[in-house]
Each structure stands twice: as C-alpha cells, then as structure tokens.
Design a protein around this ligand. Structure first.
Ligand SMILES: [Zn+2]
Ligand SMILES: [Zn+2]
Length: 324
C-alpha cells in the first residue's frame, strides 16, 4: 500500500454509513442485475444490435480498466505515477463502473489488504468460519453483502492522500455525476448512431445496465471467489488465490494470490502464460509517457516467495544463479 495507516491511529477504522445510503446502493446493485436476468429474452426478441454490443464492449473495457489500472493499481497501491490529466481520466473511467466514490473504494481496499481474511477485513469470505456452510455464507457476504454493512471504512484514516488531492477529492464528492454519465452516455451514443429512440433504449439496456452489472460482478468475484477457489503458488498471510478463468474478464485482477504477495506490483499475472491486460495497458502507458516510476516485479523477489522452487522457471527473466 502506498499509505499504510498507523495501527495506533486515534481515528477509528470504520464510521457509520449515511442514512438512506443502503437503499441507494440496493437499487444500483439490483437494477443492473435485473437487466442481466432479462438479457436472454431481450436478445431473443431481437432487441440487440451490433451498435449495442460494440458500445457495451468499449464501455466495459473503459470502466473495468478505470477500476483495475486507476482505482486499484494507481490510486490504492501507487504501482506507478501518472501526469495529472491521466489521473483525472482514470478516475472518471473508474467512476463509470458505479462501484462507489473513489475515496471510499480506496479506503475499503486498503483496509482489505491491512486485515486480509482476519477480523476487520471488510469483505472476507472466511468471516463466518471454515465449514462448508460458513464459507458459502461468507462468499455471498464477500461478493455483495458487505456493501450493506452499517459501517463504512474511514476515508479519513485509510485514504487521506485521496482527500488531500484536489482533483481526486472533487471526483469523489461528485460521484453522482459519473453515475449519471455512465448510464446516460450509452443511451445518447446509441440514439445518435442509430438516429432513433429505440436505439437509445437498447443501448441504455445493454451498454448501460448489463455492462454495469458485468463489471460489478467480475470485480466482486475478486473479493469472493479469489479468496476461496484457485491456486496459491505464492506465500501470503491470507487465502488469496489465482483464478485463471477469471483473468480475461477481470483484465488480470484474478491473479490475486500474487497481488496479496506484492500489492504494489503493477503486474499481477507475473508467471509465464498469465495474461494481465491491465499490466499491458500500463506498459503501453509507460512507453507513451503516460505512466512513469512503474513498479515492475523483480524476478528474484518473486522467486523467493514461490512455494515450489521448480516454478521459478515460469518467471520471465529468471536466471538460475550459477554455483561457485
Ligand atoms: Zn484480496
Ligand atoms: Zn489490492
């Protein structure tokens, strides 16, 4: 983490949630999910065009990328630095995912790393115990239930750097505008491209609601599935896992076992064959000078943290030390 909070801080780790907030969160969780439930009959009815699919795909990558390379790797963990305009654009892109304001997202996620799978972790699937039943309940809590907790992580304690940054603070306070943009922009584009109200409506459904639901559940699967199912090749003090099948939709975030080993690494898919689209985007940004001071993983450090020494051969750039 870029700004670990002191354990003796007088500021509490959580603060009570604002009144009425749970209802709002509930609506923003349930409505996109309802759209997914209706997706098959709507598509079957022929109310799905290539314009809808293209807009949904583009907005998916923008919003999910805003979360992975913006909210997560840049703002939460400081895996790299970027010029002001790029930071603002990444903050806006992440806001389009409708996963809460930037400052709250960062605070929640830093607390998750500080207390991972222990008491105080805002979304550990292990919070109710280790029996099959307890983990099933925990998975639902880690995926969605935690959003309705009566307490929020304290932004004052866990994201003071976001509060202190004028642009990021403004974006956090005006999150509502990003929510509106995320839902209305697809309708506007769909309407303009097809020059019809019908086109605006189907684009709102697919590139607005369905796309938001997909980004939601892929991100939340990192909190739930990636602490229970999958492989744990690296040593961590929690149960974080690598879940290969989720790597493509999560843009590389499901290499979560490595992420908990090296939280500041800009690359999460560090072994050969582990595709990490977010890391590729950061590398492209580095080449085009949109990112600098990138923290790329060091082969020796990775090797030292692998449980099975044989797996060192899968680290790109690893050279076996020659014996004297
Ligand atoms: Zn985690
Ligand atoms: Zn993280």
């Amino acid at each position: 983490m870029s700004t670990p909070a002191p354990t003796t801080s007088p500021v509490p780790t959580t603060v009570p949630i604002e009144r009425g907030m749970r209802t709002i969160i509930g609506a923003f969780v349930a409505i996109p999910l309802l759209a997914v439930a209706l997706a098959v009959p709507v598509a079957w009815g022929g109310w799905l065009s290539w314009v809808d699919i293209t807009l949904a795909a583009v907005l998916y990558v923008i919003a999910a990328g805003g979360i992975t390379i913006g909210y997560h790797r840049l703002f939460t963990h400081g895996s790299y630095k970027s010029p002001r305009l790029v930071r603002v654009l990444l903050g806006i892109a992440g806001g389009l995912a409708i996963q809460g304001s930037l400052d709250q997202w960062v605070a929640d996620h830093r607390l998750h790393h500080a207390r991972s799978d222990e008491d105080g972790d805002p979304h550990s699937p292990w919070r109710f115990g280790t029996t099959r039943r307890a983990v099933a309940k925990g998975l639902v809590y880690a995926h969605i239930g935690w959003l309705f907790d009566s307490n929020n992580t304290s932004v004052e304690r866990y994201a003071p750097d976001i509060r202190a940054d004028r642009d990021l603070d403004w974006m956090s306070r005006n999150f509502g505008w990003l929510v509106a943009t995320s839902l209305l922009l697809p309708a506007l584009l769909g309407g303009l491209i097809t020059w019809s109200w019908w086109g605006a409506l189907t684009a709102f459904f697919w590139a607005g609601l369905v796309r938001v639901a997909l980004v939601h559940h892929v991100t939340w699967s990192i909190n739930s599935l990636c602490h229970v199912f999958g492989k744990r090749p690296f040593t961590t003090r929690d149960n974080a896992t690598n879940l290969a099948w989720l790597a493509l939709p999560s843009l590389g975030e499901s290499w979560h076992n490595l992420h908990h080993t090296e939280p500041t690494s800009a690359r999460h898919g560090v072994l050969r064959g582990q595709f990490d689209l977010s890391a590729e985007m950061i590398r492209f940004m580095e080449k085009t000078r949109l990112a600098y001071d990138v923290r790329w993983p060091k082969p020796e450090r990775l090797a030292a943290k692998l449980k099975d020494p044989e797996m060192r051969r899968r680290i790109p750039g690893w050279v076996e030390p020659t014996r004297p």
